[in-house]
Design a binder for this molecule. Structure first.
Ligand SMILES: [Mn+2]
Length: 270
């Protein structure tokens, strides 16, 4: 990976990240470390599911890079970045500490913020809307299995059903339907979050939880989701003029890698 942090850091007023899932094997800690080392900000908002305590209860997993992420964040706090931690459902134990301040690090359940251009922002993790949405366990399970594997199961199931004289039942179309439902689930979530924020008079709402980064107007509210660092490596940033943007760090890394490969091709003049 191109060590971007050796270049001049990208400066932002605020950065939002969530769904990092430290302590879980799927966490892309190396990308996140690179992102944190390549950026500087006045405010760093951790919008939940930073440490995956659920996963750690199942299996203890804590490599050095995960430690480095924590140390880098605390290092930023030490050097003047205001760090606001809003626990999510995977790290809900930290909600007991809501309202507490540890130097430059504060813990809150939800947090209000004003952008440089004066917009009122509400931030929250988003899991509180789960009960309203009734997310099925199957949607979650399906999300974790690969499509090829499901097709394989489908064939096996077909043989078995055939043997016992049952008619053919397509698991894949069932799954496709489920995926459609998952998409609907995301849309429902976005709309509930945005409409609730609008009802309370906010201009912008920033959340995480569903691992689906986005930034768009929903009715009169700017809905922002900072995505995750398990699959997508995304973050939201506020520039010094108040504009909020979505960053895909892995795409950026690939682009830089291509660039540096191009540069390597250029003959060096001594
Ligand atoms: Mn969550």
């Amino acid at each position: 990976m191109t060590p971007l942090y050796r270049m001049r850091p990208l400066k932002y007023r605020a950065i939002w990240i969530s769904d990092v899932h430290l302590g879980y094997k799927g966490c892309k800690a190396d990308y996140l470390l690179d992102f944190l080392r390549s950026t500087e900000c006045d405010y760093l908002f951790l919008v939940g599911d930073i440490i995956d305590l659920w996963s750690m209860k199942r299996m203890m997993y804590w490599p050095q890079e995960h430690n480095n992420v924590i140390r880098t964040i605390l290092g930023k706090a030490k050097h003047g970045t205001k760090v606001i931690y809003i626990p999510g459902n995977h790290d809900e134990q930290f909600r007991d500490y809501a309202g507490m301040t540890f130097g430059n690090l504060q813990i809150h359940e939800e947090y209000e913020y004003k952008t440089a251009d004066g917009r009122h922002v509400l931030m929250l993790h988003g899991d509180k809307y789960d009960t309203v949405m009734k997310c099925g366990w199957l949607t979650e399970l399906v999300g974790n299995l690969s499509y090829d594997f499901l097709l394989y199961i489908n064939r096996m199931l077909g043989h078995v059903r055939n043997k016992f004289g049952f008619s053919y039942w397509s698991l894949s179309s069932y799954i496709k339907n489920r995926v459609k439902n998952a998409v609907k689930h995301i849309r429902d979530f976005e709309e509930i979050v945005a409409s609730d924020a609008q009802r309370h008079g906010y201009d912008v709402v920033i959340c995480g939880h569903i691992h689906s980064a986005d930034i768009r107007m929903i009715d009169k509210v700017l809905y922002c989701n900072d995505g995750d660092w398990v699959e997508h490596c995304t973050a939201l940033v506020e520039k010094h003029d108040g504009t909020i943007e979505l960053i895909h760090w892995s795409d950026r890394q690939h682009a830089l890698k291509d660039q540096s490969e191009e540069l390597e091709k250029v003959p060096q003049v001594a």
